[in-house]
Ligand binder design. Structure first.
Ligand code: PEP
Ligand code: MG
Length: 754
């Protein structure tokens, strides 16, 4: 059973178009279960019915015609109850509804299971038998498993189909994800892909097939010669059978048919990379479906060959990539380096299929003020290249090929946004204080040099979190101590005399350095942040020395330690910093020891906030990780993004307990996670007594505008109310209501995902 399940899912996955997906499902499930009938009904939102979409065994003339309303007939009942129905005699059931012409009357045994994707019933999968019998428990389990595995593929194929295809005029289609960075962007999609990844190559039209064919043939020749020399170099080390593999490769490359298929596609208007990816994927799929295990394994070779040709093609065109004026960067998983490749003045928005609102790409997007949607799982991104797209970063949706009406609607929203932003400019030099004069300095989170100007323009009172890993991420090796000193000096100088809080290297989790790969089962609970740098004191010492040297004569440096989970780690890190400081004094540099702080971002540190505060000069709460660890919700996983919420009562109580711990030792405490940049959450943090808030430059004026309109007594009353509430939805509603009552614009209201 497991094997046939695996094969069906694999075949369906490869089918692409919805019609093909459904046909494969009904045919293969019928064979695997040995039933007389298998059919699929899918929900049509316009008709509000479950429409008969595919069958083997019933009258296929009625495909697309017949259907049942929600709750109507057995199919409607399966959908409504979200449960299987297993009957030995369907017709005898009181809910049975006869659909004329379908030919069901010949069949008695009935088993229907719902097809559910992300809590939504997409449709119903039905098998039927002529004889009067109940399906066995194992049949039922098989069909449920099948349906659960196929739901995602069906949802994806439906979403893709919604856009139209091939030569049809493209239709407006909306895809949902979560907000990565607020704002609206309208522009043209540029799909970016990791190098040599056959599954990520977008389909793109080419204007000059002849030169694409030449490029393809050049790459083919290059791979042929690579393989020949590889085979030659390894001649002595390989056994005969292994050597034969190289011959297989070479014969595949010589195979006219395969090359010819690629050339035909290019002549049909597809670019060379798209053509090679399509042909290789298709051939690999054929091999994967073969019964013979040896032949099935050859799919791996085909993919490898495809990747090699693709890599050569990509190297040849790397420099030619052009970005339109209003580029919307789209990719399966966007990375900081993909973002860095687009000229800054051309990039207006981003869409990532993977990730969630607290992934680092989203944090960078917020820092850069780029409207972004992440976790748009059903987006057929490889077909989006060059298409017109609207990114609605407020609600987390992407609209492809928007109609003229929709464009006008969004243009009006953009105007309103610009009006609000202009109003915010006037606040630049005003202090951030409540209407009764309670001051809360607002600082910025930075990482890129390009953010500095924007931060100062927004009236930042310093840097509350400088993510030092970002310059590390954009290189191909660890920067030297002197290189680091120069980078840090630039930051310190730009903000001088305002304070700059530099966090020591925080890699691991979802932040992998290309030149220092870490492979772990569970990276967020693994080798991260301070754990890595304590294991590599040479990296830590050189970094803190570079920071301190950079601050000579400026004295505005603060050092902050990420991911501290116990006192021993903290003491070890402090020892290393004291040692680095002494070494520098011995070298004759004149500098005082900078203030040192701990990031509270692990639940253990919440419970030891006071003991930690006693040993350092300040605390800063990393609410992004703290929320992730308190709620056991991976901040990067779009499947559970709905559960990630910093308004959760447990998070609010933890935040309150950290302030108490720090203040009991007379030490200041700030928040530098995204929570601080949410205008609604900032009101609660002010009421809790946080001394400073640090956020993206984009959010800073928004938070200031809100705080300046609030009386601190009202903020305290709101905090008291929400601390009595036991669920996140009610808390968020109370905060929203509080802001609405005070006439605070929609553009300034909470941004954190629900
Ligand atoms: C945090 O965890 O809240 C934080 C500020 O650090 P980062 O987002 O870089 O992990
Ligand atoms: Mg963190």
């Amino acid at each position: 059973m497991l094997e046939s399940l695996r094969r069906i899912v694999q075949e369906v996955n490869a089918a692409g178009e919805l019609e093909a997906v459904l046909e494969i499902i009904v045919s293969r499930v019928r064979t695997a279960m040995g039933t007389a009938v298998c059919s699929v009904y899918l929900y049509d939102a316009v008709l509000d019915r479950y429409v008969f979409r595919a069958t083997e065994g019933l009258n296929s003339d009625l495909i697309g015609q017949a259907g049942l309303a929600v709750g109507e007939g057995l199919v409607g009942k399966v959908a409504k109850r979200e449960e299987p129905i297993n009957l030995d005699d369907a017709e005898a059931h009181p809910d049975y509804r006869h659909l004329p012409g379908l030919g069901e009357e010949r069949f008695r045994g009935f088993l229907g299971v719902p097809i559910i994707h992300q809590r939504k019933v997409l449709g119903v999968l039905v098998v039927q038998e002529a004889e009067r019998r109940r399906f066995t428990e194992s049949d039922e389990a098989f069909l449920i498993t099948m349906s659960a595995q196929l739901a995602g593929v069906i949802a994806h194929a439906e979403a893709t189909g919604a856009m139209g295809s091939g030569t049809d005029a493209l239709r407006t289609a909306t895809f949902h994800g979560v907000s990565g960075a607020p704002g609206i962007a309208m522009g043209d999609a540029v799909v970016v892909m990791p190098l040599a990844d056959l599954s990520a190559v977008p389909s793109r039209r080419c204007d000059d097939p002849d030169s694409e064919i030449v490029a393809f043939q050049r790459s083919l020749a290059a791979v042929r010669s690579d393989i020949k020399s590889l085979a030659k170099n390894m001649e002595s080390q390989l056994r005969r059978e292994e050597h034969a593999l190289f011959d297989v490769y070479l014969s595949m490359l010589d195979d006219q048919a395969l090359g010819q298929e690629v050339v035909d596609l290019i002549r049909g208007g597809e670019w060379a990379q798209g053509a090679i990816a399509q042909v290789m994927r298709e051939h690999a799929r054929t091999f994967e479906q073969l019964e013979d295990v040896y032949l099935r394994e050859r799919a791996v070779d085909i993919k490898d060959l495809g990747r090699r040709v693709l890599a050569h093609l990509q190297q040849a065109v790397e420099v030619e990539r052009e970005y339109p004026e209003n580029t919307i960067l789209v990719g399966e998983e966007l990375t900081a380096s993909m973002l860095a490749e687009v000229p800054e003045d051309r990039l207006v928005g981003m869409v990532s299929v993977r990730g969630s609102s607290n992934s680092h790409v989203a944090i960078m997007a917020r820092a850069l003020g780029l409207p972004t949607v992440v976790g748009a799982q059903d987006l057929p991104f490889i077909r989006l290249d060059n298409q017109s797209v609207i990114v609605d970063g407020y609600v987390g949706q992407v609209i492809c090929n928007p109609s003229a009406d929709l464009c006008q609607q969004y243009e009006r929203q953009l105007e309103e946004e610009t009006r609000v932003s202009r109003g915010l400019d006037a606040l630049r030099d005003l202090p951030c204080e409540s209407s009764d004069g309670h001051r809360v300095p607002l600082l910025v989170n930075t990482g890129l040099m390009s953010e500095v100007g924007r931060s100062l323009d927004q009236g930042a009172e310093g840097v509350g979190l400088y993510r030092t890993e970002i310059p590390f991420l954009l290189r191909d090796r660890f920067p030297s101590e002197e290189e680091q000193r120069l980078i840090y000096r630039e930051q310190l100088q730009a903000f001088h005399p305002k304070p700059v809080t530099m966090r020591t290297l925080d890699i691991g989790g979802d932040k992998a350095l290309p030149y220092f790969p870490i492979t772990e089962e569970n990276p967020f609970l693994g080798w991260r942040g301070i754990r890595i740098t304590l294991d590599h004191p040479e990296i830590f010492l050189s970094q803190v020395r570079a920071m301190m040297k950079a601050s000579v004569g400026l004295d505005n440096l603060r050092i902050m330690l990420p991911m501290i989970s116990n006192i021993l780690e903290l003491e070890e890190a402090l020892e290393l910093i004291y040692r680095a400081h002494e070494e520098l004094l011995e070298d004759g540099l004149e500098l005082s020891l900078p203030p040192i702080g701990v990031m509270v971002e692990v639940p253990a540190a919440v419970y030891q906030a006071q003991e930690m505060a006693r040993r350092v000069d300040f605390l800063s709460v990393g609410s992004n990780d703290l929320t992730q660890y308190l709620l056991a919700v991976d901040r990067n996983n779009s499947r559970v993004a709905g559960l990630y919420n910093s308004f959760h009562p447990a998070v609010l109580r933890a935040m309150l307990s950290v302030v108490k711990g720090a203040h009991a030792e007379g030490k200041p405490v700030s928040v530098c996670g995204e929570m601080a940049g949410d205008p609604g959450a900032a009101v609660l943090l002010l009421a809790m007594g946080y001394d400073m808030l640090s956020m993206s430059a984009y959010n800073l004026p928004r938070v200031k505008a809100v705080i300046r309109q609030i009386h601190s007594d009202d903020a305290i009353a709101l905090l008291k109310t929400v601390l009595r509430l036991d669920n996140v939805r009610h808390i968020q509603e109370s905060v929203e209501e509080f802001l609405v009552e005070r006439g605070i614009s929609r553009h300034l209201r909470p941004l954190l995902a629900v």
